[in-house]
Design a protein around this ligand. Structure first.
Ligand SMILES: NC(=O)c1ccc[n+]([C@@H]2O[C@H](COP(=O)([O-])OP(=O)(O)OC[C@H]3O[C@@H](n4cnc5c(N)ncnc54)[C@H](OP(=O)(O)O)[C@@H]3O)[C@@H](O)[C@H]2O)c1
Length: 269
């Protein structure tokens, strides 16, 4: 009986932290989706740790978050630096539990890049895949010790298929989506919840490079509201907007020779 009550209390505690995370870490939070999500969480009593490489933009975001009452640790860090990321995550945990980690930092080298196909693939994977590992793995160590936590990995609707146009981007987002889904089942019994975020087109510095049509393009503020709501509900997949995700699901469900023909005429990522 006591065991059941303790478990119920513990579950209630986890649900509370998912709805009201008090100590949050977000990578790539000095712009776009990461910044908008940080702003959505920012309020009195909330601690937010943010990273990015650009110091000026990071300082500007810190100021905005503080203006909303949050306490902020802003670090100029490259998510590809495995050692520095581990030291940072672990040092934050020394000051208190980390309730939520959002591995958001990502790159997408568009058609205008001068990089070779090889260089583009290696550099994309360094940030979008290794950068996620460098964020999430120290976070899991910390969360195992503290006994609770939530980890969200930012993939994309481009992470459900091999979309033409930017193969490295699509492949990197497929990799982290599958990784997040697998982690979710792996750590479910350790009170560590894992969610994957799969946005369609969102206005940001990344999409500003795109020359192609971007159906159902939305603001980062709107995307942030959907993400925060989805994380509070512990949704396994937070995929949006509905029309884009439905289209992707339809393409996945079709016999591949048909999807292949349709993908050839669609917008190239
Ligand atoms: N916008 C979309 O339509 C869309 C759709 C689906 C998924 N996503 C994903 O959403 C995430 C955020 O992208 P966004 O659209 O908001 O683009 P963004 O405005 O360009 O933001 C990318 C963020 O990642 C940071 N970043 C990039 N490389 C980094 C590195 N090596 N180390 C540390 N930080 C790094 C950037 O800061 P610094 O440049 O200062 O380092 C910036 O804060 C990405 O993972 C992206 O793939 C975006």
């Amino acid at each position: 009986m006591i065991g059941i009550e303790t478990n119920t209390n513990f579950l209630a505690k986890i649900v509370f932290f998912m709805k009201n995370p008090q100590r949050i870490l977000i990578t790539g939070a000095n712009s776009g989706i990461g910044e908008a999500v940080a702003l959505e969480y920012a309020k009195e009593g909330v601690f937010i740790a943010i990273t990015g490489r650009n110091e000026e933009r990071l300082a500007a975001t810190k100021k905005e978050l503080e203006a909303k009452g949050a306490t902020v640790d802003a670090r100029v860090l490259n998510v590809t630096d495995e050692a520095a990321m581990a030291v940072w995550v672990k040092s934050l945990a020394e000051d208190g539990p980390i309730d939520l980690v959002i591995a958001n930092a990502g790159v997408g080298f568009g058609a205008g890049t001068k990089m070779s196909l090889h260089e583009r693939a290696v550099k994309t994977f360094e940030v979008n895949v290794n950068g996620v590992f460098n964020t999430v793995h120290p976070a899991i160590d910390v969360m195992k010790q503290q006994g609770h936590g939530q980890i969200a990995i930012v993939s994309s609707v481009a992470g459900f298929l091999g979309l033409p146009g930017n193969p490295a981007y699509s492949a990197s987002k497929n990799a982290v989506r599958a990784y997040a889904e697998s982690l979710r089942g792996t750590y479910a019994n350790r009170n560590i919840e894992v969610n994957v975020i799969c946005p369609g087109y969102v206005i940001s510095r990344m999409t500003a490079q795109n020359k192609h049509a971007m159906p159902f393009l939305m603001t980062s503020e709107k995307a942030a509201k959907i993400i925060v709501k989805g994380l509070a509900k512990n949704k396994a997949r937070i995929a949006f907007p509905f029309p884009t995700f439905s289209l992707i699901r339809t393409l996945q469900a079709l016999p591949y020779f048909i999807a292949d023909k349709l993908l050839r005429v669609g917008p190239k990522k």
